[in-house]
Design a protein around this ligand. Structure first.
Ligand SMILES: [Mn+2]
Length: 469
């Protein structure tokens, strides 16, 4: 069954735990868990011996989450080679382990008053500008420590590097340092990342970013004389660059819709906030220049709030075309929400009971990669449907798939296209594949993916029996 392991051998081939048996175990466990992402460890790993091996792997000190992720990051940059621009999407998610009283090393999550306990997970996901997930570039998982009992005024005064918000800058540095030459990595993040030090730091180290603004910052606008100018007002006063229609995904109670938005853009000079941590001696620039793009829905459907995005970037925006490109990059950020959903609802990482936060961290590192792969399979199908499916499936897998779906024992010499293969996988997962059906979704693909392992195993047993007999 070596062939089924192949994708994981490839992903973890160069891993170095200083012990080759540990590497073999990781590959084997990745394979088992990814075939049954819905099940807890003891069900996903066939027998008791395998389960014990999985627990041992995650308690082994030589196995480090950072090493698992580092090797995967190298593969990710390799996959990114065809794209001159790669989006490095950062986002934070909370993993809720409140019910797990026996688990050691957890911390507070959620709001100040909340009693929920768990871990904070900050991930950077690489995506092509067209929305193909390429892999996880960085992931930090930690438990919050209780804050020192100082007054909240003094807590706010702390330098950024001592705060949790430093995660955005750290991940930005990882992306910049590891990106190979020839690829422009653009860090994309939501409103939480609208931090003045993030913006100045990125420009200082020459790292590209595109974030959504949360604060109506004060601007330096010499043409306004002594009048104070603010970001929203200033952008709203700019000449209209054009209108476009965008698809808005469903959210909460609001259904998916197509929105017509107006676009305005301008270079702006943001002033340093007048907060206590920005003293004369803080060494942070008094102002910083960025490009702002304001995207606004003109007439939202009755009862719905208008879509409005104020984007900030240190990449020049000088035409409507460039402004639309930035808008589309920001829309690709949605990919990381999908990724979190796969981790939580699909892989159910919050029901894992591994006893300590440290073991959970390793487990989560592995599952981040499994979740990415499920996401990638679905998306690669939409991105390059006509490619042969060999990037996706080992030979034994696509042949078994072909025989199962077409109810034959004879396989073609040429592998089917990616689109065809993914439709077949989804069919194993309950997709009907009728003429008018759209491309299959993640749920059916991963249900089918789990069955594919069994189908392949049956098929190779059958073939072995044939040649032996
Ligand atoms: Mn977020």
């Amino acid at each position: 069954m070596a062939d089924i392991c192949e994708p994981w051998e490839k992903e973890f081939g160069s891993i170095d735990f200083g012990d080759t048996r540990l590497k073999a175990r990781l590959v084997r466990i990745a394979e088992q868990l990814s075939n049954q992402p819905l099940d807890p460890i003891n069900q996903a790993c066939g027998g008791w011996a395998d389960t014990k091996a999985a627990y041992r792997l995650f308690s082994n000190e030589k196995v480090e989450a950072a090493e698992i992720l580092k090797v995967h990051r190298d593969r990710t940059w390799e996959r990114a080679q065809p794209y001159p621009v790669v989006l490095a999407i950062q986002d934070t998610s909370f993993l809720n382990y409140t019910g797990h009283e026996a688990t050691l090393g957890l911390g507070k999550i959620g709001t100040k008053k909340s009693l929920a306990r768990g871990l904070v997970q900050h991930t950077t996901l690489a995506m092509s500008p067209q929305g193909l997930p390429l892999g996880v570039l960085d992931q930090k998982i930690w438990a919050r420590k209780p804050l020192p009992s100082t007054r909240s005024k003094d807590l706010r005064k702390r330098p950024l590097r001592e705060k949790e918000s430093t995660r955005w800058l750290n991940a930005l540095e990882v992306t910049l340092k590891t990106a190979p030459e020839g690829i422009t990595a653009v860090t994309v993040a939501d409103r939480e990342c609208d931090i003045y030090e993030f913006i100045t730091h990125a420009s200082r180290i020459d790292a590209r970013f595109l974030i959504r603004a949360a604060r109506d910052r004060t601007l330096f606008a010499p043409e306004c004389g002594d009048d104070v100018e603010h970001l929203w007002k200033y952008l709203g006063d700019q000449k209209l660059a054009g209108h476009v229609s965008v698809d808005v995904p469903a959210r909460g109670h609001e259904a998916a819709r197509t929105a017509c938005v107006s676009i305005q853009f301008a270079p702006v000079e943001l002033k340093r906030p007048r907060k206590q941590r920005f003293t004369e001696k803080c060494g942070i620039e008094k102002s910083t220049s960025v490009y702002a793009v304001l995207i606004r829905e003109i007439t939202p459907p009755p009862g719905l709030s208008a879509l409005e995005w104020m984007l900030l970037t240190n990449i020049a925006v000088t035409s409507l075309k460039e402004a639309i490109e930035k808008m589309n990059w920001y829309r690709s950020r949605w990919g990381i929400e999908v990724f979190h959903k796969i981790l939580k609802s699909g892989c159910r990482v919050e029901s894992c009971r591994l006893g300590t936060a440290e073991r959970l961290t390793k487990y989560l590192a592995l599952f981040a990669i499994i979740a990415w792969r499920l996401h990638w399979i679905t998306q690669v199908n939409r991105d390059s449907p006509d490619q042969p499916c060999t990037a996706l499936l080992a030979e034994v897998e696509w042949k078994a798939l072909y025989c199962k779906i077409n109810k034959t024992r004879f396989t073609p010499r040429k592998p089917p296209s990616t689109r065809q293969a993914v439709r077949w996988i989804a069919q194993l997962g309950g997709f009907l594949a009728r003429k008018g059906d759209k491309e299959p979704g993640i749920i059916t693909v991963w249900r089918g993916w789990q069955r594919l392992a069994d189908v392949t195993e049956d098929c190779s047993l059958f073939n072995k029996a044939k040649t032996c007999g």
